[in-house]
Design a protein around this ligand. Structure first.
Ligand code: NAP
Length: 647
């Protein structure tokens, strides 16, 4: 068997010395897994001398000693040279049992049987379900079944790829001039993903070219542009166009989707199914601060970063320091005269030494040339954050939480670990340490990643962290409630998004003209986060209850959702249905289940007062409390006994 080119393996043409040098830069535990494929010999993962010592999120060497790594590389080199010399011929593929064993080796854990299906499908060694580049012609009933996808971010683009592959007519409506959603829009300095890039990409479209382990926005934006081009999605897209409303007609089972182009032209598109792929983090939330319009200088929200404004040498006020502010501040601190960061709530942060690290040439080479190396590296990133038990964020009902600082023994240990990480960096500055120490349980809000850049930035002479509340904005700066005044030339609001307002500001009217926002009220819900009774043939991606606060990647979730949605659409086509929607009972049962589960999680804890995970009533309806493998199993295919199917 020769190495499949499914994932773009290319034959090795480098000389011996080059290969030996490149191996010095690879993740050695991942290399050992690839060696099993390359040689057919399981001994690589059975030798105690070569076992990773442990696993930690974003630790790519499994804490192996230098000696063990050197020995592994030395043993691997001649085998790789032989593989090159025999023209890339591989021995028979490892058995399923051996694959499971490799997973346990790399994950430094017993990978439970119930998690195995998810891990196998993520690894996808045989390329099952990889979309074909050739699209079938759109004819017959598939032509008469137009689908409108709202949004061309990662989920909408994925929907397009799957619809095209199924030969179904579709149009993607996108408000931006190009694809990528949040990665198109967020161009603020320092914007980068905080899920490892080799996992934060489509499972079927791995990229061997990431220049950093956690890619910056321009590279991610380019990834989505390239994927769109590769799968021929662009002709199906209407960019610079927004959906205003969608109305369902019961007689025909058809939605009428009203769209408005940038020039104001309004158009109506019929849709037998609508897929909402609008994302949840792109409608800016501006703070309600007195005097906000009185400021003399430029102001902008982080997602509308004004690149015409030169911040160099200026006094810069950054209001808000969540995930976005954490990235902006260290990036601009050295260029501004003064940076004042207004942070209402301190944030927990997780150590990630690789956060700003480039991917070395050896890693890129191994992904390109060593069969399955890239797949196993993806596994190495996924597994430690896969949240297979979600014990970490769960509130222990027996735990005395009156101080509001922890929700379980394990959560207290996490708190102490995070505190230790912070103290290691700024222990010499107790005042700053006290200022940045959160007063709520660890992981209760989105935990941020840090490689030292955030706390390092706060220690700079020209950077001031202000934890006092803002009273008002004045023409020349910001005044806090203690009367202090902070001069500013520019204000940036990194104050987040309308995360709780699903599908806002569109008007979606289902059966009997019922408005979706009226049906939802303050607490949107959806059966499995995807379908809503009374709103037939409407499918959500990244819908209510599907945001991830505990590991994983939203792209993973999107792949689960689209597989489920395509199952529903195929059912409609096969059975010539006019309408498909969940039963009220299925919706309510699921709603109760998810609310009950969420209420037991740290994100719902009373000690967390300011969190975009909570709505105005303090309830959480945006997050998924489910382990990834559970959600994947539930969404693998629809259970039509939970649906009302109308002919
Ligand atoms: P965010 O996490 O909600 O942070 C908003 C910040 O603004 C917080 O510090 C918040 O304070 C503050 N704020 C909001 N309203 C305020 C007000 N009225 N007065 C004073 N301060 C106010 O928003 P974000 O940083 O834009 O991040 C949102 C989400 O986007 C993240 O959770 C993540 O999912 C995603 N994101 C990801 C990345 C990445 O992958 N690296 C980067 C950026 C964003 P409180 O904390 O007190 O509410």
């Amino acid at each position: 068997m020769t190495a499949p080119d499914l994932y773009g393996f290319t034959p090795i043409t480098d000389d011996d010395a080059t290969i030996a040098a490149l191996l010095n830069e690879v993740s050695v535990p991942t290399l050992l897994c690839a060696m099993v494929h390359l040689t057919g010999d399981p001994a690589w993962i059975r030798d105690d001398k070569l076992k990773p010592a442990g696993l930690f999120l974003n630790e790519y060497q499994g804490f192996m000693s230098e000696e063990a790594k050197a020995e592994a590389r030395a043993r691997a080199l001649p085998e790789i040279l032989a593989f090159r010399d025999r023209g890339g011929v591989l021995p028979p593929a490892p058995s399923d049992e051996l694959i499971h064993e490799i997973m346990c080796f790399l994950g430094c854990a017993d990978i439970p049987e119930d998690v195995l299906p998810m891990m196998l499908s993520e690894l996808n060694l045989d390329g099952t379900g990889v979309p074909s580049l050739e699209a079938p012609p759109v004819t017959g009933d598939r032509q008469a079944f137009p689908v409108v996808v709202i949004g061309c971010g990662q989920s909408g683009l994925l929907a397009g790829i799957k619809l095209r592959e199924a030969g179904i007519a579709f149009t993607i409506i996108e408000k931006n001039p190009g694809p990528g959603g949040t990665w198109w829009e967020n161009s603020y300095p320092g914007a980068r993903v905080d899920v490892g890039s080799h996992f934060y990409c489509y499972s079927f479209e791995p990229a061997d070219h990431w220049t950093e382990y956690f890619s910056q926005q321009p590279e991610l934006r380019q990834y989505f542009v390239e994927v769109m081009g590769k799968y021929g999605i662009e002709p199906h897209c209407r960019f610079n166009t927004e959906v205003i409303s969608a109305d369902f007609d019961e007689a025909t089972g058809t939605w009428t989707v009203r769209v408005r182009a940038a020039d104001g032209t309004v158009d109506e598109l019929p849709a037998r199914a609508v897929i909402s792929a609008v994302g949840a983090l792109n409608r800016p939330q501006l703070p309600n601060i007195d005097g906000i319009d009185d400021f003399n200088g430029p102001t902008f929200h982080s997602i509308r970063w004004n690149h015409d404004v030169d911040y160099r040498g200026k006094k810069f006020a950054l209001i808000g320091a969540g995930a976005t502010g954490f990235q902006i501040a260290p990036t601009i601190a050295d260029d501004v005269e003064q940076l004042t960061v207004f942070q209402r709530t301190a944030q927990w942060m997780f150590p990630n030494p690789n956060y700003h690290e480039p991917v070395p040439d050896g890693m890129k080479w191994a992904i390109r040339h060593l069969p399955y190396f890239g797949r196993w590296f993806r596994f190495l990133i996924l597994w430690p954050g896969a949240g297979t038990d979600l014990v970490g964020p769960r509130i222990d009902p027996e735990w005395d939480d009156r101080d509001g600082l922890a929700v379980s023994e394990r959560n207290l240990a996490t708190r102490n670990f995070f505190l230790g990480f912070m103290a290691d960096q700024i222990g010499n500055d107790p005042e700053l340490l006290a200022k940045v120490t959160p007063d709520y349980p660890a992981t209760g809000k989105r935990t941020l990643q840090d490689n030292g850049s955030w706390l390092g930035c706060l220690q700079k002479d020209n950077v001031d962290l202000v934890r006092t509340g803002i009273q008002r904005i004045e023409p020349d700066g910001v005044r806090t409630v203690d009367g202090e005044f902070y001069e500013a030339d520019i204000i940036c609001f990194a104050t987040g998004f309308r995360h709780n307002d699903f599908l806002w500001p569109m008007e979606i009217r289902g059966r009997n003209g019922q408005r979706l926002n009226d049906f939802w009220g303050d607490e949107p819900g959806a059966y499995l986060g995807i379908t809503v009774p009374g709103f037939p043939n409407l499918f959500c991606m990244y819908g209510p209850g599907t945001n991830l606060a505990s590991g994983g990647s939203l792209i993973f979730h999107s792949e689960c959702q689209i597989s489920y949605i395509m199952g529903c659409i195929e059912k409609m086509l096969d059975d010539e249905l006019t309408a498909l929607e969940p039963t009220v009972e299925a919706y309510e049962t699921y709603d109760e289940l998810i609310r009950d589960e969420i209420s037991q999680m740290v994100w719902s804890h009373w000690a967390i007062t300011n969190s975009h995970y909570k709505n105005s009533k303090g309830n959480v309806h945006t997050l998924s409390p489910w382990p990834l493998h559970v959600y994947q199993a539930w969404t693998r295919q629809p259970d039509f006994s939970k649906f009302v199917l109308t002919k």
